[in-house]
Design a protein around this ligand. Structure first.
Ligand code: PHE
Length: 361
């Protein structure tokens, strides 16, 4: 005959086993073993029929209490286990939302730097050396040597930034308004023949969708005993074909005036504007892209070169404009906004160095 003491014993054993069960499967096995149809508590229930009504009352009640207790312990433990499992899963799958969504790529080359590399490759192939000069220039290198008369309004026409400080001669330095002073420096330093390009920052007081106070120019200079506008045209045609990666470009020379060249010409490149996009190298339209001319004899003299023996040609273009035309950037100001999203879109891989063999773009 099962007694209340046996029930207490059974309760202790079952509760200890519930406490000891360390996964859901063990707990489920225990539930079946105690409360299932063939379970130990169910078996005791079956005995009730053979008891006297009084016995059945007390024993039955005790058995029900036991059954409820064990059931509740199992349910509680199951819930705790499920919660712990969920916690573990959440922990394992946790996402740090403050981390960048993708691993940032290794920088990007700015389109202006890219175009400079492209131009160095193109003109380098044609025997041009790349020369450099400072952003802050003397009045002589930026203007006087280039045949701008003293106090001539042309100096103001270039919207010059003058520095405040004056030197011993009372001259103020300037932020170079073009890269031409690098040509002056090269001529002062080197005997002809000269075949050079220079690229870099230039400065003028200007600000709209196609002008920024800091911009970039590329200029070329060739000085030799036999140079001509025809040479100029063929060099520019070859360079622009390579740069825009087209089979042919048409150039149109329009008379113009620069103090430092005579004759001077503005050069337009043939383009197509139909369909809302601009294509260089086809079509019957024209786009102004550079200034050029034969170096003025006064400039040669100012730089210690005999104009009776030598002559030369020079040309200058805006690098930013070249970049916008080739890579389809609509607003010049974006180039200098320091927006990394813009750079990510328009920038170039640091691993793809321009060269004529593998293509410059
Ligand atoms: N230095 C000129 C400018 O900035 C460009 C140029 C260079 C024109 C060489 C002719 C020859 O306007």
């Amino acid at each position: 005959m099962t007694t209340n003491t046996d029930l207490e014993e059974l309760e202790r054993t079952l509760l200890a086993r519930v406490a000891a069960a360390n996964d859901e499967a063990a707990l489920e096995a225990l539930r079946v073993e105690a409360l299932g149809k063939q379970g130990s508590i169910s078996a005791l229930m079956k005995n009730l029929g053979a008891m006297s009504p009084d016995e059945r009352k007390t024993f039955g009640a005790a058995l029900n209490v036991l059954k409820d207790k064990v059931t509740e312990e199992i349910v509680t433990k199951k819930a705790a286990m499920a919660e712990a499992a969920l916690d573990r899963q959440l922990q394992a799958e946790a996402v740090d939302v403050t981390l960048p969504p993708v691993r940032p790529r290794l920088g990007a080359i700015h389109p202006v730097s890219q175009v400079m590399e492209e131009m160095a490759a193109i003109f380098g192939e044609m025997g041009f050396a790349v020369e450099e000069g400072p952003d802050i220039e003397t009045d002589f290198n930026n203007f006087t040597a280039l045949n701008f008369p003293k106090n001539h309004p042309a100096r103001e026409l270039q919207d010059t930034f003058f520095l405040n400080a004056r030197d011993e001669q009372g001259e103020r330095k300037v932020l170079r308004t073009h890269t031409s002073p690098v040509q002056v420096r090269t001529m002062l330093r080197q005997k002809p023949p000269i075949r050079m390009i220079c690229m870099g920052r230039t400065f003028r007081k200007d600000w709209d969708a196609t002008h920024t106070p800091m911009f970039h120019q590329i200029e070329g200079l060739v000085i030799d005993e036999t140079t001509s506008m025809a040479d100029l045209k063929s060099v520019l045609t070859a360079a622009l074909k390579a740069y825009f990666e087209v089979d042919d470009v048409k150039l149109r020379f329009r008379p113009h005036h620069f103090p430092f060249t005579e004759p001077s010409a503005e050069v337009d490149v043939g383009c197509d504007r139909s369909g809302g996009t601009l294509k260089i190298g086809t079509g019957d339209d024209w786009l102004e892209i550079l200034g050029s001319g034969m170096v003025h004899p006064n400039v040669l003299k100012n730089c210690g070169i005999d104009p009776e023996k030598y002559q030369g040609y020079a040309f200058g273009m805006g690098i930013d404009r070249l970049a916008m035309l080739k890579y389809g950037m609509p607003d010049l100001r974006d180039l200098f906004a320091n927006d990394t999203r813009w750079l990510k879109h328009y920038g170039f891989s640091p691993f793809l160095l321009p060269g004529l063999a593998q293509g410059v773009g």
